[in-house]
Structures are given as structure tokens and as C-alpha cells.
Design a protein around this ligand. Structure first.
Ligand code: ZN
Length: 67
């Protein structure tokens, strides 16, 4: 992911501090923050699916082991 670093706010055009997640002037989220939020959401979904698979797997094993 080689995206050019965002240097100005999308909403108000104020210059952004390097690696800033939010605009100092208007509080708008930067592209970097948006990307991080998307990534976090994806990881959370994967995590939930993993737990679900584990629970279902154990339930299945438990069910077929019953006499
Ligand atoms: Zn701004």
C-alpha cells in the first residue's frame, strides 16, 4: 500500500501534521485514519468469525461424541 502521504485536510484544506489521524482545525478524519479504521474493522470481523468457527467446531465435536 504505497499511497502518497496526505498533507492537507480534505474538508478545510488546513495543513496536516505528519501521521496525523485528525485535522487540527476542523477535526476531519484523514485518509490515514480512515484506512486504519477499515483495517481494524476487518480484523475484528475475522476475529469474530474465528471465535464462531471455534465454538461451532467444539459444539460439533461434542455432539458427535455423545452416545
Ligand atoms: Zn480540516
Amino acid at each position: 500500500m504505497a499511497t502518497a502521504e496526505q498533507t492537507h485536510c480534505n474538508r478545510c484544506g488546513a495543513p496536516l501534521v505528519r501521521d496525523a489521524a485528525y485535522c487540527d482545525r476542523c477535526g476531519e478524519r484523514t485518509n490515514r485514519a480512515r484506512r486504519l479504521v477499515r483495517l481494524t474493522a476487518r480484523v475484528e470481523i475475522l476475529f469474530v468469525l474465528l471465535i464462531l468457527a471455534l465454538v461451532l467446531g467444539f459444539a460439533y465435536v461434542y455432539a458427535i461424541q455423545k452416545p
